[in-house]
Design a protein around this ligand. Structure first.
Ligand SMILES: Nc1ncnc2c1ncn2[C@@H]1O[C@H](COP(=O)(O)OP(=O)(O)O)[C@@H](O)[C@H]1O
Ligand code: SF4
Ligand SMILES: [Mg+2]
Length: 374
């Protein structure tokens, strides 16, 4: 373990091979542990919430028919602009919300309609989350040790207090915090140390699936790489399925096995990291890649302007969700992009895009990021 990723700079090295983090000690993905089948989550909101109730309700289509599988030991990255529905699906998976339609199968068992308080202990322990902001998730009046022991009690881990205390100390070792931290209060910890406690809690009950929702974006830049590395090391060791929600495509390229790109509640592209980071792309993925900041001057990047804002999930466009901003739309005849939601197309084994573009147009797509030596 440990010295594979010495610095954050490595994450941003576009000359490095894809998924460089996995050149050593890579676990082969195992069985399917999670299956999302046409999952929908709509929120009802008062149309006129600010001006008293007119009684009219509007629907926010936060997740539209999400379908994907995740396997043991794999890291699936979920990317897309703010508001595209990433946290919503994580909340439904966790049981913090229930689904509007569709299924979530955890090892064959449907969990989409069971809120967290009605889930059995094993299911609660199996699906855990590392939240974006560790400042909000730790109880300020409980010692670090006590918070971890509390999680172990909820997961019904251990036969007695001694066993739980021992496990708590081992979890501190796992997240590389000194055992003396058991007695500290959250306010005595830095952001990175708090997030380590958050990681210890998430893995405390032997979770099958851990959802990390932008796990380092609230932390100081100087500690982001160390916390990300720690999370990846534990994931590999424990063979956990990690759903890594991030807007940082260079980190995603570096650590994920597969990538799912979301736009306005839809999965618009899904594939292995190599497939998603090379053409043909979904037009939205192409634009996201063009927006990645790259300092290395030997790397050329195509400049694609993503016009306008992301439309409201309360009032999504007709047809393709990306049609209001797509530069490829004119390549599709008959106004199809305005009229019909595209079907999910399979381009190669495991590589899917949701787009009307013909095969020959997709074949013409060049790379957005070009490494000069090639
Ligand atoms: N509790 C809620 N009630 C109403 N709308 C919500 C709620 N939570 C999220 N939304 C809306 O659902 C959409 C998806 O949000 P979210 O899942 O938080 O996106 P992301 O995590 O990708 O930024 C957004 O339009 C957001 O405003
Ligand atoms: S379906 Fe049409 S609008 Fe949507 S991404 Fe494809 S080309 Fe663009
Ligand atoms: Mg979010």
């Amino acid at each position: 373990m440990c010295s594979r990723r010495p610095s954050r700079a490595k994450y941003h090295d576009w000359n490095a091979p894809i998924a460089a983090a996995k050149t050593t000690e890579k676990n082969e993905p195992g069985e399917v542990v999670l299956k999302m089948d046409n999952l929908k989550k709509y929120y009802q909101v008062a149309a006129n919430a600010l001006f008293g109730s007119s009684g009219e309700m509007k629907v926010v289509k936060a997740n539209e028919t999400l379908t994907f599988e995740a396997r043991e030991s794999e890291t699936l990255a979920i990317v897309g602009e703010s508001g595209c529905g990433k946290s919503t699906f994580a909340k439904v998976l966790m049981g913090l919300e229930t689904a509007t339609e569709g299924k979530i199968l955890l090892g064959g068992k449907e969990i989409q309609n069971t809120p967290i308080e009605s889930r059995d202990t094993r299911t609660v322990a199996d699906v855990q989350m590392v939240f974006q902001n560790p400042f909000d998730t730790l109880n300020p009046s409980m010692t670090v040790g006590r918070q971890i022991i509390r999680a172990l009690e909820i997961f019904k881990f251990g036969a007695n207090d001694n066993e739980r205390r021992q496990r708590m100390l081992e979890l501190l070792d796992l997240v590389k915090l000194p055992r003396a931290f058991a007695e500290r209060m959250p306010r005595q910890l830095s952001g990175g140390q708090k997030q380590r406690v958050g990681i210890a809690r998430a893995f405390a009950g032997g979770a099958k699936i851990v959802v990390a929702d932008e796990p380092v974006s609230a932390l100081d830049v100087s500690v982001q790489a160390a916390v990300t590395d720690l999370l990846m090391d534990i994931q590999r060791e424990e063979k956990t399925t990690l759903l890594f929600i991030s807007h940082d495509l260079s980190i995603v390229r570096y650590l994920s096995d597969r990538v799912m790109v979301m736009y306005l509640g839809h999965v618009v592209e899904m594939g292995s990291t190599d497939q998603v980071f090379a053409p043909p792309y979904h037009p939205y993925t192409e634009a996201l890649l063009s927006a990645v900041p790259i300092a290395d001057t030997s790397i050329e990047k195509e400049h694609i302007v993503l016009e306008g804002d992301i439309p409201s999930a309360m009032n999504p466009p007709s047809g393709c969700p990306f049609q209001t901003r797509c530069r490829w739309k004119s390549e599709v005849g008959g106004g199809l992009c305005d009229k019909e939601v595209p079907p999910i197309r399979t381009l190669a084994d495991g590589h899917q895009i949701k787009c009307h573009l013909a095969d020959d147009v997709l074949d013409r797509m060049g790379p957005v990021i070009k490494i000069a030596a090639e």
